[in-house]
Design a protein around this ligand. Structure first.
Ligand SMILES: C[S@@+](CC[C@H](N)C(=O)[O-])C[C@H]1O[C@@H](n2cnc3c(N)ncnc32)[C@H](O)[C@@H]1O
Length: 317
């Protein structure tokens, strides 16, 4: 997990190299919590005659910060008759599936979402989706990032932005310790308290810190039919052994936080706050034991959608 500096010179993203298994697992419980891959308003709009519609068969869909491409691959399977060309973009190819395994209508390209997209891509997409890129984008960059993504849309095309917030820890068994899980979560707090120019590490999408709110950003960019849905992961309950989706989700999110803490060793002097790599490893082990004994998390999954206005001059945001 290396730290990189983007050309802006901002305090910027830890280059968190995500474990592909963790991302694919995260997709399962995220999709179950939301209940959809593509927001139903978008499906209704693009299936009807007032969609962007042109002579191209199927919708052109972009997935930004695609990681393993798990969302895009699931979209292809779930909506075979709706899908035309599907393109995943990510700043690194490290998690891309191997091209030999892909259906011919799915491609993956290296692209930094903070930089302008190639001219050939501008104004060509019916749907631009972005999910879980909080740790890659400081609050002051949200607006310029969203603006850059909107350039990809055809008039009448939709932006879908999914992220999480409001993390909490609970017990399902009386007397269970949450200490290690809590300490890992609290360890990221110094990185949440910074100002608007800093990263939003750890599920902070809706908190109004620094007065930046993504729903307002969508409206400010001239998107129409802007809508925000919020779903609590608490709607997921563990089934019998083998179907313990809540436990799986809690372990997954704690692994994500441990990864953030480890990556911050490259970015900031965590040792100043008394952290060591051994301490993190020890806490991770204890946290997994706590989760086995009945500690679980909740968070809110937030989906914001907005449509690029149709009409003259709407090719770019
Ligand atoms: C938490 S993962 C989410 C992956 C995927 N969206 C999902 O939901 O499974 C964040 C992804 O954002 C990518 N990323 C980070 N910074 C980026 C940037 N500047 N431009 C494009 N992608 C970026 C990372 O490489 C990583 O694959």
């Amino acid at each position: 997990m290396a730290q990189t500096k983007r050309s802006t010179g901002h305090a910027i993203s830890p280059d968190i190299v995500e474990a592909t298994e963790r991302l694919d697992e995260q997709h399962i419980f995220t999709t179950k919590t939301l209940g959809f891959l593509i927001h139903p308003n978008i499906i209704t709009s693009l299936s009807s005659h007032d969609g962007p519609g042109d002579d191209t068969p199927g919708l052109k869909v972009a997935d930004i910060g695609t990681g393993t491409g798990i969302w895009l691959l699931d979209v292809a399977k779930t909506y075979p008759s709706l899908c035309g060309q599907l393109v995943g973009f990510d700043v690194t190819f490290s998690s891309f599936p191997s091209p030999g395994e892909l259906p011919s209508n799915i491609t993956f390209n290296v692209q930094d979402m903070h930089h302008p997209f190639p001219e050939s891509e501008i104004g060509t997409y019916d749907i631009v989706a972005v999910r879980f890129v909080s740790s890659a984008t400081s609050r002051v960059e949200w607006e310029s990032t969203a603006k850059n993504l909107v350039t990809l849309l055809k008039p009448g095309g939709w932006l879908q932005w999914i992220d999480s917030c409001n993390f909490s820890l609970y017990c399902s068994v009386p007397g269970t310790s949450r200490k290690a899980c809590q300490e890992i979560w609290d360890g990221l707090e110094p990185y949440r308290l910074k100002g608007g120019d800093d990263l939003v590490i750890g599920l902070m999408m809706r908190e109004g810190r620094a007065g930046v709110n993504r729903e307002d950003i969508g409206k400010g960019l001239g998107l129409v039919e802007v809508h925000e849905d919020v779903f609590s992961s608490d709607r997921l309950q563990d089934g019998p052994p083998g179907l313990e989706i809540r436990k799986m989700g809690t372990k997954n999110v704690m692994e994500c936080f441990v990864g953030c803490l480890e990556s911050l060793f490259g970015a900031e002097d965590l040792a100043v706050n008394g952290w060591t790599r051994d301490k993190i490893k020890g806490l991770e082990k204890q946290a997994m034991e706590e989760i086995e004994k009945g500690v679980y998390h909740t968070l809110d999954q937030v989906c914001i959608i907005g449509r690029k206005a149709t009409g003259p001059g709407s090719r770019t945001a």
